[in-house]
Design a protein around this ligand. Structure first.
Ligand code: ATP
Length: 494
């Protein structure tokens, strides 16, 4: 087994890849970043400002593969003999080429469900008997965040992957499943909504009478010095490497953030040694994490740091589709009407709405589905789901105090696209409190993630420095495409 393998891999799939000229053992189908991690290789890219970076905290992972630049090593599977080199993060151009020769694929359905986590699946299962449904999911798996969990979750009868496979097995002929397909936005088109989407180099248009946004939540980014260093993981990536790929994030791991218990149970399951550090100040190491120092000056010898700080709803799909937001329980969430809609025809469900257990998100998906069935005059009982959902009070997510006085702000990355906390902090200190202007000046929220991971901390900094309540901060509205593809993909429509 390789140094960080947790499970035996299939020997018939064993291959050799070369990274910076050195040979490493990999397994067919394994993502490049995961294969290198299993070998203990963390440093995979360098920021424009010369900061060493890994694969599992910010943004995509630009790599040169067999001499060709701009491959995302986090998404690309390893192949026999592949020659891989580091590419500078700043040079990366994510190159989604739409094949102009390919005819446009167009699906007309009753309902488009965006996101195939528990909420999206709940909505599909509720509606499929009576309505045609397109289920659009950008990842290659169903189950969203729930699929990443290694242990049973409250409300479901079985291991997460079993539960999801069971749901998939129930899909009938009314369900069109579009995996590895990113929805780029929701637009009004007469009586329909138009959802342009991209799968590989194929442009797809979905026309639907109703839409369910089940687009989930995003991991919270914690601000500490060298938070972008190789060996720092955000929660979803830590769960993915362990539970999907059978690879450990490290041998001795520090868990930081306000939700350590979500991670420690998973680490215990794999027998990975960990320490919980409530107040991290600085990660240090030559090429990757070697130690973590906390605000009290304690030093922890670790080779990885996992940020387990919970999630907040992904507000970009909501604002792009015309929804309004409010601030409650430590996060921005969509304002819903009595029918669970952000506006007429567009429903929202799951952790796109509020932070709660997976099962509650599944129930909320069923609720949205039941509401739509009623709209189409089919029998449905949304109040049963409403009642059930009331048992789950959404969780509050703590707002951290940004300790700008006690950290070297140049070493804290607020945004993976080379935006240090210092840049944003200096802009706010100079009297600028408008996030739109801060965006333009610092490039915060202008890169790959389109603000999904960094905008919240920008708003928090403004709020803490100016005393303006988070509820009153004017958040920039997400513009299409909500996923990072070339505009050409959308502009092609006549
Ligand atoms: P839970 O948070 O409890 O797991 P959920 O269903 O509310 O339940 P997720 O599990 O995070 O939330 O699932 C959301 C899914 O939506 C993810 O699998 C994500 O990949 C997908 N998704 C988000 N935005 C898009 C998009 N624009 N196009 C396609 N899929 C998307």
């Amino acid at each position: 087994m390789r140094p960080l393998d947790l499970t035996e891999k299939d020997p018939s799939k064993k291959i050799t890849i070369y990274f910076e000229g050195k040979a490493y053992e990999a397994y067919e189908g394994e993502k490049i970043a995961v294969a290198l991690l299993a070998n203990g290789v963390y440093w995979l890219t360098t920021s424009t400002e010369g900061r060493k970076r890994g694969a599992f905290y910010f943004g995509p992972l630009p790599m040169v593969i067999n001499g060709v630049k701009n491959t995302d090593g986090r998404k690309t599977p390893a192949k026999e003999g592949m020659r891989i080199e580091r590419q500078n993060y700043g040079e990366f151009q994510e190159d989604v080429r739409i094949d102009e020769e390919k005819p446009l694929l167009r699906y007309v359905v009753d309902v488009a469900v965006i996101g195939a986590g528990p909420a999206g699946l709940g909505a599909v299962l509720e509606m499929q008997e009576h309505l045609t449904v397109a289920l659009i999911e950008e990842r290659s798996w169903l189950g969203g965040d729930f699929w990443l969990k290694g242990i049973r979750q409250e409300g479901f009868d079985g291991e997460p992957q079993e539960v999801i496979s069971g749901m998939r097995a129930k899909f009938n002929q009314n369900v069109r499943l579009l995996l590895k397909t990113s929805a780029l936005g929701v637009f009004d088109e007469g009586e329909y909504f138009l959802i342009p989407a991209v799968r590989g180099n194929q442009l797809i248009e979905i026309l639907a009478k109703r839409v369910v946004l089940a687009t989930g939540a995003v991991d919270n980014i914690l601000l500490f010095e060298n938070n972008d260093m190789p060996g720092v993981f955000r929660r979803a990536f830590a769960l993915e490497v362990m539970n999907l790929w059978g690879v450990a994030p490290g041998r001795k791991v520090a868990v930081v953030g306000s939700r350590p218990e979500e991670m420690t149970v998973e680490l215990e399951r794999w027998g990975i040694d960990y320490v919980v550090v409530p107040n991290p100040k600085r990660a240090e190491g030559k090429e990757s994490v070697e130690r973590l120092i906390d605000m009290n000056g304690n030093t922890y010898e670790v080779d990885a740091v996992i940020v387990a700080d919970g999630r907040r709803p992904d507000i970009n799909p909501i604002t792009q589709a015309g929804g309004r937001l409010r601030f409650r329980r430590g996060y921005y969430m969509p304002v819903l009407d009595a029918y669970h809609r952000i506006r007429e025809g567009i429903y929202a469900a799951g952790s796109a709405v509020s932070i709660k257990p997976h099962y509650a998100n599944y129930i909320e998906g069923r609720l949205a589905g039941a509401r739509i069935l009623k709209e189409f005059s089919f029998d449905a009982e949304p109040c049963i789901y409403e009642e059930k959902l009331r048992e789950y009070e959404p969780e509050a997510v703590p707002l951290h105090r940004i300790e700008s006085g006690s950290m070297n702000l140049e070493d804290v990355q607020i945004c993976g696209c080379d935006v240090s906390l210092k840049k944003v902090h200096d802009a706010v200190e100079s009297g600028i409190s408008d996030l739109q202007i801060i965006k333009r000046l610092t490039h915060l929220a202008m890169g790959f993630c389109q603000g999904r991971f960094c905008l919240f901390n920008g708003a928090l900094l403004v709020s803490q420095k100016t005393g303006v309540d988070m509820a009153r901060i004017d958040l920039p509205v997400a513009r299409p495409p909500i996923k990072n593809v070339r505009m050409k993909a959308v502009a092609r429509r006549d």
